[in-house]
Design a protein around this ligand. Structure first.
Ligand code: MSP
Ligand code: ZN
Length: 677
C-alpha cells in the first residue's frame, strides 16, 4: 500500500460541453477514488479543464469573445455538471493558471538544461490573412491519394489515408478559406530516442516501482517504441492561446505539452489550499507516491510516451498506473447528433437522476478497454431490475414493515441471518479488492447476489403474514433484511454515495460505512429512523424525452455574442429584378493614393467588358488578397464620379457592426459576366 495516492481523469477540453462519454471516464475515476478512500487510503483526485490551443482560439474568434471569456464560461459549466453528477474530485483547476505556467516553465527549463530540448526549422502552411500557422485540422484540400475534395490536412475521411499537410492538393485555410502559403519557422522538439531505455523499462513494468498497464496497452505502446521513437514538436508560433515559452519569444507551448502539466498544477494549487506538501506528490520520484491516470484509448500515446519522458527528464514523479477505458457508444452506435444519442451531461440531468447513470456505467465497467454500450432499453431494465427490484426492495419491504407494525425496532438475527452476515463480510472485502482493480462490474455483482439471497430468504419467510401470528419472528426476518442491506449499501457506496448515506441515516449508524471497520450488526432493540426512498422505477418516457431534447440541442445554433443589423421589411421578387448582379473576376487591384479607405479594382465581366470600380475595403484587404478572385458586382449601377476617378459599379461585401468587412466571393466555378439571381 502506497502512503500517498494521486488519481487523475483526463482534462476535458474547454471548447466543448461535457457529454456522456466524458462522464463514463468521470464515473470510473470517481468510483475508484471513493473506493480507495473508503479503504482508508490517503487518496486525492486532481482534475482541471484543458484550456489552450488553436481550436479554442478560433472558436472564441468566431463567437466574438476572447479565449479567456470562452474558457471561463466552459469552466463554470464543466464544474457545475460534474458536481451535479456527484463526482468527488478534490480540486477542479484550470491549465490557464499561474501554477500551470510555473510548472511548464520549471519542467521545460529542467529539460532544456539536461539537453533534452532540440530545435530546427519546420515548413508549415501559413495563412497570411489570419496571420497564423495552420494546424492539420485547420487545412482543407484535395486528398493526394484518392483525389476527394475538402479533406482534412492530415487524413482523408473518404479513403482513410494519412499524409503530410503539405501534400494536400489545393489547400485552403480552415478558418477563412483562402489559400495558405508554405512558410518556414523554428520549432522546439523533445527528442524521445534518448529516453528509449527509460521508456522501455517504464512500459515493461519491470522497474523498481512496477508500472501497471493493461496487457494490450503495454503491447501496443511497446510496438510504438519498436517502430522507432520520433522527435515531438512542442512549440507553436504566435498567435496561439497558451503560454509563451520562456527564453523563446514568439514561441508557445503546444497544448499537449501543458495539458498533463495541468495534473501537477492542480496538485500544487490543492496543496496551497489545504496546507499539504506538494513535493511529496510530484517531486518525490522513487518514494512512496502512487500516481494513477485514467484516460480514454485515444490519448494513450501522450500519457504512455511523451508524459513519462517529460517527467523523467525533469526529475518529477512518473506515473505508476495508466488505466485505459474504451469508447462509449449509445444503442450500439457512435453517439450521433441526428439520432439524438449525442447526449450532453446537462441534458441527461434535466430528465433523469445522476445515480442511475453512475450505476449503469459502473455495472458495465471492467478493467479492460472494451467499448461500453449504453443501450437505453438495457439501461432502464438494469436500473429497474438491480436497483429498484433487488437492492431497494429488500430494504424497503423490511424497513416499512418494521416501521408500520413493529415500532421500528430491530430484533435478533436467526441462524440463516448470521450466515448471510458472514457472506456479507466476505463480499464487502472482495468488492473492495475488485474496486481497487477497476473491476466495478464484478464488485457490484457481489452486492446483487447478496441482496438476492436475502430477498429470497425474506420472501420465503413472508414476514408480512408472520407479523399477525408471530411478531417476534417477523421482527427477526426483517432484521436480517436490514442487516444485509447494510452490506449491500457498503458495496454500492463508491458508486451510489447518496444511497449509502440514506441507509446510514435510516439505520442510525454511529459511523458511516466504509471498507475498514466491520459493518455493524445492530443490536436487538435498536431504533431505526424514518424510511427514505432509495430508488424509483425508471420512466421510459423520461429517456425518450432526453433523446428528443438532445436532437433539439444539436440542431440549435451556437449562441452569438455579436449583433447584426435587423432584417429589412418584407419585399417581393420584382424589387430584385431591376438590380443586375454579375460575376466579376479581379484583374487588377491597387491602393489609391490619398485614400486609406479605397482600393481601385479592374474587374473582368467577361463578354460585358472590364470595369473600373472603387471599393471601400482597404481596411480589410491587401490588394493582393483579391487578385484572381471571383466577386459579386452590382453591374447596372449608374457610374459615379469620385475624387479619384469614375466608379462603374459596386463590389458586394458583408459588413459587421464592428466595421469588419468581407468581400463576397462567387466561387471558382462561376464565369465572369454570369448573371446572379
Ligand atoms: N484535453 C484532452 C485530454 C488532456 S489530458 C492531460 C482530451 N480532452 S477530451 O475532452 O477530448 O476528452 C477527455 C477524455 O474523455 C479523454 O480521456 C477521452 O478519451 C474521453 N472521451 C471523450 N469522448 C469519449 C467517448 N465517447 N467515450 C469514452 N470516453 C471518451 O482528450
Ligand atoms: Zn485563413
Amino acid at each position: 500500500m502506497s502512503s500517498r495516492v494521486l488519481v487523475t481523469a483526463a482534462l476535458p477540453y474547454a471548447n466543448g460541453a461535457i457529454h456522456l462519454g466524458h462522464l463514463l471516464e468521470a464515473v470510473q475515476t470517481d468510483v475508484y477514488v471513493r473506493a480507495r478512500k473508503l479503504a482508508g487510503e490517503d487518496v486525492v483526485f486532481m482534475w482541471a479543464d484543458d484550456t489552450h490551443g488553436t481550436p479554442i482560439q478560433v472558436r472564441a474568434q468566431r463567437e466574438g469573445i476572447t479565449p479567456e471569456e470562452l474558457i471561463a464560461r466552459a469552466y463554470d459549466e464543466h464544474l457545475a455538471v460534474y458536481r451535479d453528477f456527484n463526482i468527488g474530485f478534490d480540486i477542479f483547476h484550470t491549465t490557464h493558471s499561474d501554477e500551470s505556467r510555473r510548472h511548464c516553465t520549471a519542467i521545460f527549463k529542467a529539460m532544456e538544461t539536461k539537453g533534452d530540448i532540440a530545435s530546427r526549422d519546420v515548413e508549415q502552411l501559413y495563412c497570411p490573412h489570419d496571420q497564423m500557422f495552420l494546424p492539420d485540422r485547420f487545412v482543407r484540400g484535395t486528398c493526394p491519394k484518392c483525389g476527394s475534395a475538402d479533406q482534412y490536412g492530415d487524413v482523408c475521411e473518404k479513403c482513410s489515408s494519412t499524409y503530410a499537410t503539405t501534400d494536400l492538393g489545393d489547400p485552403r485555410c480552415g478558418v477563412c478559406g483562402k489559400t495558405p502559403e508554405l512558410r518556414s519557422s523554428k520549432h522546439l522538439f523533445v527528442p524521445l530516442a534518448p529516453h528509449e531505455a527509460f521508456l522501455r523499462q517504464w512500459v515493461s513494468g519491470e522497474g523498481e516501482e512496477p508500472t501497471v498497464l493493461q496487457d494490450s496497452v503495454r503491447n501496443y505502446v511497446m510496438s510504438w517504441i519498436d517502430a522507432g521513437l520520433r522527435d515531438w514538436d512542442i512549440s507553436r508560433d504566435a498567435p496561439y492561446f497558451g503560454f509563451e515559452i520562456p527564453g523563446h519569444p514568439g514561441k508557445y507551448f503546444y497544448v499537449w505539452f501543458d495539458a498533463p502539466i495541468g495534473y501537477v498544477a492542480a496538485t500544487d494549487r490543492y496543496c496551497q489550499d489545504t496546507g499539504k506538501d506538494f513535493a511529496s506528490y510530484w517531486l518525490a520520484a522513487g518514494q512512496d507516491t502512487e500516481i494513477v491516470h485514467v484516460i480514454g484509448k485515444d490519448i494513450v500515446y501522450f500519457h504512455c510516451l511523451f508524459w513519462p519522458a517529460m517527467l523523467h527528464s525533469a526529475g518529477y514523479t512518473t506515473p505508476r498506473r495508466v488505466q485505459v477505458h474504451g469508447w462509449l457508444t449509445v444503442n450500439g452506435e457512435k453517439m450521433s447528433k441526428t439520432r439524438g444519442t449525442f447526449v450532453l451531461a446537462r441534458t441527461y440531468l434535466n430528465h433523469l437522476p445522476p445515480d442511475y447513470l453512475r450505476y449503469y456505467f459502473a455495472s458495465k465497467l471492467s478493467a479492460g478497454q472494451d467499448d461500453l454500450d449504453l443501450s437505453l432499453e438495457d439501461f432502464a431494465n438494469k436500473v429497474n431490475a438491480d436497483l429498484v427490484n433487488r437492492c431497494a426492495n429488500l430494504a424497503s419491504r423490511c424497513m416499512k414493515l418494521l416501521a408500520g407494525k413493529l415500532d421500528n425496532r430491530l430484533g435478533d438475527l436467526d441462524e440463516k441471518g448470521l450466515a448471510l452476515v458472514e457472506e456479507g463480510r466476505r463480499a464487502v472485502a472482495q468488492a473492495a479488492a475488485y474496486f481497487r482493480e477497476f473491476e466495478n462490474s464484478k464488485a457490484l455483482k457481489l452486492a446483487l447476489e447478496l441482496a438476492s439471497a436475502a430477498d429470497l430468504y425474506v420472501t420465503e419467510a413472508a414476514p408480512w403474514k408472520l407479523v399477525n401470528t408471530d411478531a417476534e419472528r417477523a421482527r427477526t426476518v426483517c432484521s436480517v433484511g436490514v442487516a444485509v442491506s447494510l452490506f449491500v449499501a457498503a458495496i454500492l457506496k463508491p458508486v451510489l454515495p447518496q444511497w449509502a448515506e440514506n441507509v446510514e441515516k435510516m439505520c442510525r449508524l454511529e459511523r458511516p460505512l466504509d471498507f475498514v471497520h466491520p459493518i455493524p450488526v445492530l443490536p436487538r432493540g435498536h431504533q431505526l429512523g424514518p424510511y427514505i426512498a432509495l430508488a424509483e422505477r425508471i420512466n421510459v418516457a423520461n429517456l425518450e424525452a432526453m433523446i428528443e431534447a438532445s436532437k433539439e440541442e444539436s440542431a440549435k445554433k451556437p449562441s452569438f455574442t455579436y449583433e447584426v443589423e435587423p432584417l429589412a421589411a418584407e419585399t417581393t421578387i420584382d424589387q430584385f429584378g431591376p438590380i443586375d448582379m454579375r460575376v466579376g473576376r479581379v484583374l487588377v487591384c491597387s491602393r489609391v493614393e490619398g485614400s486609406d479607405k479605397l482600393l481601385a479594382l479592374k474587374i473582368d465581366l467577361g463578354p460585358l467588358g472590364v470595369r473600373s470600380i472603387f471599393s471601400g475595403i482597404a481596411s480589410a484587404y491587401a490588394p493582393e488578397d483579391l487578385l484572381g478572385k471571383n466577386v459579386v458586382v452590382f453591374a447596372n449601377l449608374k457610374p459615379r464620379k469620385m475624387r479619384f476617378g469614375i466608379s462603374e459599379g459596386m463590389v458586394l461585401s458583408a459588413a459587421g457592426l464592428d466595421g469588419s468587412i468581407t468581400v463576397l466571393e462567387a466561387g471558382e466555378r462561376a464565369l465572369p459576366g454570369q448573371k446572379i439571381g
